[in-house]
Design a binder for this molecule. Structure first.
Ligand SMILES: *Cc1c(COP(=O)(O)O)cnc(C)c1O
Length: 404
């Protein structure tokens, strides 16, 4: 039985904490991590939670308590991970486009690092030589992921070192006596098809003979989770089985033990999250019935940014007749969450819940229109905690410097 929060629980939380509010269910994260553990039992595999999906310190601590490691996309995320209690050996910093000074900081903190440009790789070699193992982030020419905006492996993508530059990489490694312990490829997000990961594994198989010290093959994140009802995600058990075969084969061929690494973000935290909003106004224009909620792309930008689909439910009128609504926000921009979506009849004051709101929801939020970022609530073992306060008016002024 999948861990879910009931509409009754969500209504109670909305009444207690107000709206808009993000709600996270710890047991759902546990369930997702357990699924990974079971599927990859047979292989040496490590999971680094891509923390950019949701960085609330309590979420990080819950993930730590499960025994999961952590992947960071900025030096501040590295510091948050340390603050949450992760050991430096279990922190991975997969950088892209960063100043070399951040890499020096990461070395000083002692965490694992993946480097994504020739220039930083060269600087790294000159400064650390063989003394600090490092991973290389490569960019294959694979088009993968839900759409172009979330695909990172194609030939116009800024991420990673283009694989055609292998000769230059090898020359750099040799010249600076670099200790390359990991190869990294992250092709994008929402990859349903296991064969995409197999293509990456195939590329690693071709590359390994060039890197005699590589032990870790990092296939990035990007597992798909269901957003729509009846939709299915990446076949995790199948992926686990395939990865075990490849790792075994490589270990046998090269007489050293390899380990697969993954960096799931969405997979661990998407489904644990619920975003509860309240309907401010109903408006009709021709055939369109607008339901305007007390939120906008300042709180949940995925529908506008990526055309992402989020399931929405009217939890205040679950028995009401189904009608099509266009759900919009209150920001002075077009911020449409969904067009002509069937909902149980909506009345002003009703609560609309957005599902799959755990990953890249609050985290991509802003104070646009000088609106407050929402409160965040954690539910674990039927206890409820406030884990992020709603902004207050002082927060809007906090970093402003009065000079006039
Ligand atoms: C964003 C990101 C991830 C996580 O992607 P998900 O789709 O959330 O699983 C993993 N690795 C890297 C390098 C990323 O940039």
């Amino acid at each position: 039985m999948s861990a879910t929060l009931t509409e009754e629980q969500l209504r109670t939380i909305a009444a207690q904490y107000g709206t808009p509010v993000y709600v996270y269910h710890a047991e759902k994260i546990t369930e997702q991590y357990t699924l990974l553990q079971n599927a990859f039992r047979k292989s040496h595999t490590r999971f680094f939670y891509a923390s950019k999906a949701l960085t609330n310190i309590n979420i990080l601590r819950h993930i730590l308590s499960l025994g999961c490691d952590i992947d960071c996309s900025s030096i501040n995320e590295v510091k948050l991970a340390l603050h949450a209690g992760f050991e430096k050996d279990n922190i991975l910093y997969t950088s892209n486009g960063i100043a070399f000074s951040e890499i020096e900081e990461a070395v000083a903190l002692g965490v694992k690092i993946n480097i994504d440009s020739l220039s930083n790789l060269e600087k790294f070699g000159k400064k650390y030589g063989h003394s600090y193992p490092v991973g290389i982030r490569l960019r294959p020419n694979i088009m993968a992921g839900g759409n172009l905006k979330i695909s990172t492996g194609h030939e116009k993508s800024k991420f990673g070192i283009p694989i055609e530059q292998l000769d230059t990489i090898l020359a750099l490694v040799k010249e600076n006596d670099l200790f390359i312990h990991a190869l990294h490829i992250h092709t994008g997000s929402e990859i349903k098809d296991v064969s995409v990961f197999m293509k990456v594994a195939g590329i690693f198989t071709d590359l390994v003979p060039h890197f005699p010290e590589v032990r870790f093959l990092d296939l990035g994140g990007g597992f798909k989770v269901p957003y729509k009802e009846g939709e299915s995600g990446t076949d995790i058990p199948l992926l686990g089985q395939k990865v075990a075969e490849i790792i075994d084969q490589l270990s046998a061929t090269h007489q050293r033990s390899f380990e697969a690494w993954f960096e799931p973000g969405k997979f661990l935290v998407s489904e644990c999250g619920y975003f509860i909003t309240e309907v401010n106004v109903l408006k009709q224009s021709g055939q369109t019935h607008f339901a305007g909620v007390n939120s906008g792309f300042n709180h949940l930008i995925r529908p506008m940014f990526y055309d992402a689909y989020h399931r929405i439910q009217n939890i205040s009128n679950p028995e009401g007749p189904l009608r099509p609504y266009t759900i919009v926000g209150n920001i002075c921009e077009t911020d449409t969450f969904a067009t002509d979506r069937e909902l149980n009849e909506v009345r002003e004051g009703d609560l609309l819940v957005f599902y799959n709101a755990g990953a890249y929801g609050f985290e991509m939020g802003s104070n646009y229109n000088s609106r407050f970022k929402p409160a965040q609530v954690l539910v674990s073992k039927d206890q409820t905690w406030l884990i992020g306060k709603r902004d207050s008016f002082e927060d809007l002024l906090r970093n402003q410097v009065l000079v006039l």
